[in-house]
Design a protein around this ligand. Sequence first.
Ligand code: E4P
Length: 223
Amino acid sequence: MKFFIDTASLSQIKEAQDLGVLDGVTTNPSLMAKEGISGEERVIQHYIDICNIATGDVSAEVISTDYAGIIREGEKLAALHPNIVVKVPMIRDGVKAIKYFTHKGIKTNCTLVFSAGQALLCAKAGATYVSPFIGRLDDVSTDGVALIAQIRRIYDNYGYETQILAASIRHPMHIVQCAEVGADVATCPLSAIVALFDHPLTTIGLEKFLADHKKAAQQTAKA
Ligand code: E4P
């Protein structure tokens, strides 16, 4: 399963890239706003900066909600860097635009997906990625990971090549559960990725190994 980081923070992207396990980046307008990035020129420059730090696909989301606007914006974003993936909302004009981008060889990520039916539409339009938001489903008492498993079964039934990009991940167990049910990608906050490193028995075990090594070295020095 690929690991993407879900942020527009350049320092967090750098940190995740340095971990050696990062495969890409997703952003959205809220994450860009959180970093204080606004205005077309700054937004464009920020996407270029992200592409220069991270290896792998970088999702850049369109703001337009009409077909012509999505196409115009998407083509501009796609021209910025070969790693740019045009992120398009799950609306009628969005799906139609995904079909257009697919024919043009432009990679797409269909965002704000909350049902298997929506995921089926993404696959039929030829989206590169479909982004089901599992945390937001959990927030409304609906099993987000179960949706990932359902989409996996549907895509496997027909050999759809759209990659399932589990989004709105809140914690490390979401990542493990997504891997278990066959998500192709998990896009995660940095905190969820680094939490995967931790286990108290690893910490205790390493302390003991190092203490034993030090003791043996001291005994050798004395002898
Ligand atoms: C997906 O690409 C979105 O950027 C993101 O995962 C949404 O997550 P949230 O529900 O934590 O805002």
